[in-house]
Design a protein around this ligand. Structure first.
Ligand code: ADP
Ligand code: MG
Length: 461
């Protein structure tokens, strides 16, 4: 009985510390808007980098020809070729190949990583059927989706600011990632030009816009999290270049690095951060994204084992190993609809070697998943409201349709998470406004989007 009382106390504390009542979410949204202003005002003015993407025109539908995309995310990368047929033909056909990144390359050398990518790309190109036609005399052109913070110097160049997620590679920070890729492609004998360097949020925005003219925000919820949106060029004080003809500029917020005293943080979050590859950084990301949610749950289970003998007298050793519980496993437990929660039982056995769990224990574990996932989803919704506020789209005035393109494995597969995000957005906006704000799943928008941006920045236009 003492065990359960201690467990209940730990759980209650977790619930209180993770609480996201609407008032708190409004503070988070407001803080996001404030930081957006600060990040646009001056370089280094905010935790939000508010990076200028050099994308001042989004796809129109007129894009034509054969283009490639390379999407380097967090866990895997994708090669894509797409035959674009203009307004009539649209996406005539496309083919993609996904390669998982060997973990040792995420912490190895820059050279090795780019060689690996370029060689996979070269193989992908070599496997092309003759139903894909490159116009004679033309060089292949690529949109490079690179999902890490980059300070762009043009649409097709930019230097890495820092690695995030599980990456930590010496010698890439400060380097032009397009130059690195180009050199690696040359070493592979692959004749291809990087026509556009884009963040995955920018790619998703572009891919989303191609399908729906009212897309003005893109959010990624995958291994990490980030957002991009369309800003008025005149509202970017730190931009000293010529004002683009369109009057608009797409901004890569790098919202994963957002932090605010209003964010609900627990001891688990603090230790996760301290023990991470990038302590003190990407705090918003560490509360929300797929790389971390499972590990937060693992930390709670570990404490339950240590302080409430939750799994018996011994503490299962695997509970102490970082990242043993991956978010897809957490999600599977959370979605377990069987009456005896057998998915939970099986995951505990397979992941931690824990057997003989009672139904009451399994229910507790589902509760923990619920608390951690919903906090993340609600904070992500608050972030979106912050952007809508910045755009002046959080009120009924104008009644314009606003579409938010979302993508990423977490959004796509963790249904409870995405449903909670959507309902929280409605809760925050109210019925009338939320009837004009639509969330769409831009399936692989970032790949297609990068290819579309390569097309609109082709050297042959
Ligand atoms: P990346 O962010 O690396 O570009 P994805 O968008 O495909 O790649 O997202 C992959 C991430 O999505 C995984 O690291 C994982 O955290 C999360 N994810 C994948 N499948 C699921 C799932 N079934 N449930 C919850 N999260 C998932
Ligand atoms: Mg991705």
């Amino acid at each position: 009985a003492g065990r359960w009382a201690r467990a209940a106390a730990i759980l209650k504390e977790l619930e209180e510390k993770c609480a996201t009542p609407i008032g708190k979410l409004r503070h988070v949204a407001d803080a996001m808007t404030v930081e957006m202003h600060a990040g646009l005002a001056s370089e280094g003015g905010s935790k939000l980098k508010m990076l200028i993407s050099y994308v001042d025109n989004l796809p129109t539908g007129d894009e034509k020809g054969l283009f490639y995309a390379l999407d380097l995310g967090g866990t895997n990368f994708r090669c894509l070729r797409v035959q674009l047929g203009g307004k009539e033909g649209r996406v005539v056909k496309q083919e993609a190949e996904e390669v998982s990144i060997p973990p040792h390359l995420m912490v190895g050398s820059s050279h090795e990583l780019f060689d690996f990518i370029a060689s996979a790309l070269a193989k992908f190109v070599a496997s092309e059927g003759d139903d894909y036609q490159l116009s004679v005399g033309r060089q292949r052109e690529l949109g490079f989706t690179f999902s890490f913070p980059v300070k762009q110097t043009s649409i097709c160049s930019g230097t890495l600011i820092k690695w995030t997620k599980g990456f930590s590679i010496d010698g890439t920070v400060g380097e032009d990632v397009v130059a690195e890729l180009t050199k690696a492609m040359e070493r592979q004998g692959l004749d291809m030009r990087v026509a556009a360097l884009v963040n995955d949020t920018i790619g998703t925005l572009a891919g989303g816009r191609y399908n729906d003219n009212d897309v003005v925000i893109a959010v990624i919820l995958g291994t990490g999290t980030n957002a991009a949106y369309v800003e008025r060029a005149q509202a970017i004080p730190k931009w000293h270049g010529l004002l683009p003809k369109s009057g608009e500029m797409v901004i890569n917020m790098e919202w994963g690095n957002f932090r605010s005293s209003h964010l609900p943080m627990t001891e688990y979050d603090h230790t996760l951060d301290v023990e991470s590859l990038n302590p003190g950084e990407q705090i918003f990301e560490k509360l929300i994204s797929g790389m971390y949610l499972g590990d937060i749950v693992r930390r709670v289970l570990w404490r339950l084992a240590e302080e409430a003998s939750f799994f018996g007298d011994n503490v299962p050793s695997k509970l102490q190993v970082p990242f043993t519980l991956r978010t897809p496993d957490m999600s599977a437990m959370h979605h377990d609809s069987s009456s005896d929660l057998r998915v939970v039982a099986n995951k505990l056995r397979d992941v931690f070697g824990i057997t003989n769990t009672s139904l009451k224990m399994r229910k507790t574990i589902v509760d923990i998943c619920d608390i951690v996932a919903k906090r993340g989803a609600r904070l992500a919704a608050a972030g979106v409201v912050g952007i809508l506020k910045k755009q002046g789209r959080d009120t009924v005035a104008g009644k314009q349709r606003t579409v938010v393109a979302m993508d990423g494995g977490l959004f796509e597969h963790y249904t409870i998470f995405s449903k909670c995000l959507e309902s929280t957005l409605s809760e925050m906006l109210g019925d009338e406004v939320s009837s004009h704000v639509i969330i769409t799943h831009a399936n692989d928008g970032s790949g297609i989007g990068a290819a579309l941006l390569a097309a609109s920045h082709s050297q042959y236009l």
